[in-house]
Design a protein around this ligand. Structure first.
Ligand code: BGC
Length: 368
């Protein structure tokens, strides 16, 4: 069985190597059906879930598919639906189907590493997409500057609290999943902005809790408990729009929405709508098209037997201490003033954002 896999991978390599010269004119089906006659290799992509953020269902899959289709490279893009066993099953299937490149967004570093190890043993190139797999040893890593994401969130909250003329506000922190290295980096970023405020006494440090698997429902329960035990919470650092919306729902029940600034991330339609009506203070827009383009470019080059040249940065894996060739993109802070920039960038359409309930807020925000 194992031997068979290696043989398959080796044949794939040979075929691509000898036909690399005609790679430019290759047209893959892009559907994953696989006739086995194309010169370029196949790419497998595993996305994590559809609930921790709207992005995985609405943005990443769309932009990745568009990029692979445009390059004529066959891509099998699947979603593990938050299930680690399913994640591994999908990976096994992709590896034995002979993909040349495997791109993953891990559900945690342990299961992510197991998959990367198997892929490597089968001679498959690996890409960590958005989340670094700690000690995973992926060949490439494509993401945003995630510490910067956190800094923008911290600064956004400071700006909103300052605009509210809040005096010694108690700030609650609703962090992302403890198993997601990005959540660690976001926290590093926002704590670098908030800690000096706590230290100086300008802000008061309130409850600070992680949300397992970024589970939005659990975030609501956690925030409800935070607010019950600390009625004086005046600001919420929520690590993404889903967690932010969970906090906003609880604030609404307590008629506090709009008075307690809440942060977010991902520029989801819901997050942007919350900003437009004043329930959310800011979000962080990560141009996912750029991220998908950068990651698929690496995968396409490898699939076509070419050595990628675009991962010019490097990130040091904090566990293995090894450098991973990387592309890190720049995030952007979004408030009511520049929600229109997200529309202009094509990430969300006016029709999606400005439904009847939000029509006036959209007009007020200059979205026409
Ligand atoms: C991603 C965020 C996302 C979160 C939950 C993080 O790793 O960088 O964009 O909101 O996971 O899915």
């Amino acid at each position: 069985m194992r031997k068979g896999l290696f043989a398959l991978a080796a044949v794939g390599l040979l075929a691509t190597g000898s036909m690399a010269a005609c790679g430019k004119d290759d047209k893959g089906s892009g559907s994953g059906s696989g006739s086995g006659t194309t010169a370029t290799g196949k790419v497998g992509v595993i996305l994590p879930d559809t609930k921790s953020s709207a992005r995985w269902a609405t943005a990443d899959v769309k932009y990745l598919k568009e990029a692979f289709d445009a390059a004529g490279v066959q891509a099998d893009i699947q979603n593990a639906q938050g299930d680690k066993t399913q994640f591994q099953t999908i990976a096994d299937g992709m590896i034995s189907s002979g993909v040349k490149v495997l791109m993953i967004v891990n559900l945690d570093s342990g299961t992510g590493k197991a998959v990367l190890d198997k892929a490597k043993a089968a001679g498959i190139a690996t890409i960590d997409y958005d989340r670094l797999t700690l000690n995973g040893g992926a060949d490439y890593y494509v993401s945003f500057d995630n510490v910067k994401v956190g800094e923008l969130q911290g600064q956004g909250l400071v700006d909103c609290l300052t605009a509210n003329k809040a005096v010694k506000p108690v700030v609650a922190e609703l962090n992302g999943s403890p198993t997601d290295n990005n959540a660690t980096l976001f926290k590093q970023g926002y704590d670098s902005v908030l800690k000096p405020k706590y230290d100086s006494g300008d802000f008061v440090k309130g409850p600070d809790q992680s949300v397992p698997d970024w589970d939005n429902a659990q975030a609501g329960t956690i925030f409800e408990q935070m607010l019950t035990s600390n009625k004086n919470i005046k600001g919420v650092l929520a690590a993404n729009d889903g967690l932010g919306n969970a906090a906003i729902s609880v604030l609404k029940k307590n008629k506090l929405n709009g008075q307690v600034p809440v942060t977010g991330q991902d520029a989801t339609t819901q997050g942007l709508q919350n900003i437009l009506v004043g329930d959310q203070c800011m979000t962080v827009y990560k141009a996912i098209k750029q991220e998908a383009d950068a990651a698929s470019k690496l995968a396409i080059d490898i699939a076509k037997g070419q050595k990628p040249t675009t991962a010019t940065g490097k990130v040091t894996d904090p566990e293995s201490k090894k450098d991973v060739a990387s592309v890190l993109l720049t995030p952007k802070s979004i408030t009511k003033e520049n929600v229109k920039d997200v529309v202009a960038d094509g990430f969300v359409t006016k029709e999606e954002l400005c439904t009847a309930e939000f029509a006036k807020a959209c007009t007020d925000a200059g979205i026409s």
